[in-house]
Design a protein around this ligand. Structure first.
Ligand SMILES: Cc1ncc(COP(=O)(O)O)c(C=O)c1O
Length: 425
């Protein structure tokens, strides 16, 4: 595959952008592909190579690239103004749609990224409860802010910096880590810190160590333990919101958190984050209450417009179809690896999937570390050459969208079979 132009652009971008990229998870050796455009399930690079995309911008593009309805709505809005610095009716329409599908959210604040959403959700939880300590999962990624950048999975794990430089220990001393899927560990934390835990933050389904599912009763257990200890439960649904179902993972698993964070999908491909909760909790947010939060681009008309159009489109789709396509992918890839006798776990749920190269079922961060991530990168490169673009990390999650088809899945499974037999045997 010719990737000369990508190489040239990388050489230039490396002199201007650290590592040649604008976010570390996009980097891979020897150089990433520079993308010219995307449509539906496909992306096209500057050397005119076509790829079936399963990275899907790390999750937002549930309707595929350049969805017509979203593109039209956003184009129209551009001519009416992209930002006002004053409220617009679009924010009300957007909030109404989210509240309709997430009964645990009565009020929300739109922000510009998922990072902001979790940062402010944690500040809100601390302000509301008057407590300082936060429980978080090992391998849980909630954006790149100080409180949560401890054993944070994903990019940090891939690039071997589980804890970032530049974060004073004072910033993380109130962050307590526990393994995912282990209720006893959380019970112990509550016992050791009576009356001190403001909140437990977790993704209901882990996505940033690859997809890890909650064991039966785990999310209910989190709900019970937080309630019993007067701590808030924060579900970070930046990936799972509007992904597992219209009402996210909380609807899928029937467990209601106190605070929810959303992002990715709800921006329809434009920058977004959301945190929301009951009116009582949200009333602590400025200007109603004492917890300060602000943002120039918060609730900007373009993100609102793309989000509204995306959610309205999702109201018309059948999630069972999308999730079945995810299931088809998981079973197809599982069959491939099994036939080749390669130690593996194909994990995921709904439209999420990942091929873990380990013999051990992945139930938490420690299990994820048993994967052969060097072998995974060989797989990644082989797939790239076959025109299949998955996220460049063992510790990420791949997505199918409504634009993918069973023919795409079939082609992808064939590519996995070819590459796995060539580079992993
Ligand atoms: C679960 C989760 N929370 C928060 C974030 C941060 O979102 P953003 O990249 O929009 O800041 C991410 C990003 O991948 C995420 O996966």
């Amino acid at each position: 595959m010719n990737s000369k132009r990508s190489q040239e652009l990388y050489e230039k971008s490396s002199t201007l952008l650290p590592g040649g990229v604008s976010s570390p998870v996009r980097a891979f050796k020897p150089y990433p592909r520079f993308i010219k455009y995307g449509k539906g399930s496909r992306i096209y690079d500057v050397d005119d190579n076509e790829y079936i995309d399963y990275c899907m911008a790390f999750g937002p593009l549930i309707l595929g690239h350049a969805n017509n309805a979203v593109a039209e709505a956003v184009s129209k809005q551009v001519f009416n103004g992209t930002i006002f610095g004053a409220p617009s009716e679009l924010e009300i329409d957007f909030a109404e749609l989210i509240c309709k599908h997430f009964p645990s959210i009565e009020m929300l604040r739109p922000v510009s990224t998922g990072t902001e959403a979790t940062m402010h959700a944690i500040r809100l939880a601390r302000g509301y409860t008057g407590r300082k300590k936060i429980i978080k999962m090992e391998g849980g990624f909630h954006g790149a802010h100080d409180t949560v950048l401890v054993k944070a999975g994903s990019g940090a794990l891939t690039h071997s910096v589980p804890n970032s430089a530049g974060i004073p220990e004072e910033s993380t001393k109130n962050t307590i880590l526990v393994p995912y899927n282990d209720l006893n560990a959380i019970e112990e934390v509550f016992k050791a810190n009576p009356g001190e835990i403001a909140a437990l933050i977790t993704e209901p389904v882990m996505g940033n160590t690859g997809p890890i599912l909650p064991k039966d009763g785990y999310l209910q257990g989190l709900r019970e333990l937080t309630t019993a200890n007067d701590a808030l439960l924060i579900f970070d649904e930046v990936i799972t919101g509007f992904r597992l179902s219209l009402g996210g993972a909380q609807k899928y698993f029937a467990v209601q958190p106190d605070i929810t964070t959303l992002g990715k999908i709800v921006g329809g491909g434009l920058p977004i984050g959301v945190f929301g909760a009951s009116s009582e909790i949200m009333s602590s947010i400025s200007p109603s209450g004492p917890v300060y939060q602000a943002g120039t681009f918060a609730g900007n008309p373009l993100s609102m417009c793309a989000g509204i159009t995306t959610i309205k489109s999702l109201e018309k789709i059948n999630y069972d179809d999308l999730n079945s396509l995810g299931e088809l992918m998981r079973t197809s890839l599982g069959k491939v690896a099994q036939e080749l006798k390669i130690p593996h776990q194909v994990q995921g749920i709904g439209s999420l999937f990942q091929m873990f190269l380990t013999a051990k079922p992945v139930e938490n961060y420690a299990d994820a570390l048993t994967c052969d991530s060097a072998a995974f990168m060989k797989l990644f490169h082989g797939l790239l050459d076959e025109g299949i673009y998955i996220p460049p990390s063992q510790y990420e999650t791949s997505f199918v969208s409504t634009a993918h088809t069973s023919a795409d899945v079939e082609k992808t499974a064939e590519a996995f079979a070819k590459v796995m037999s060539e580079v992993l045997m």
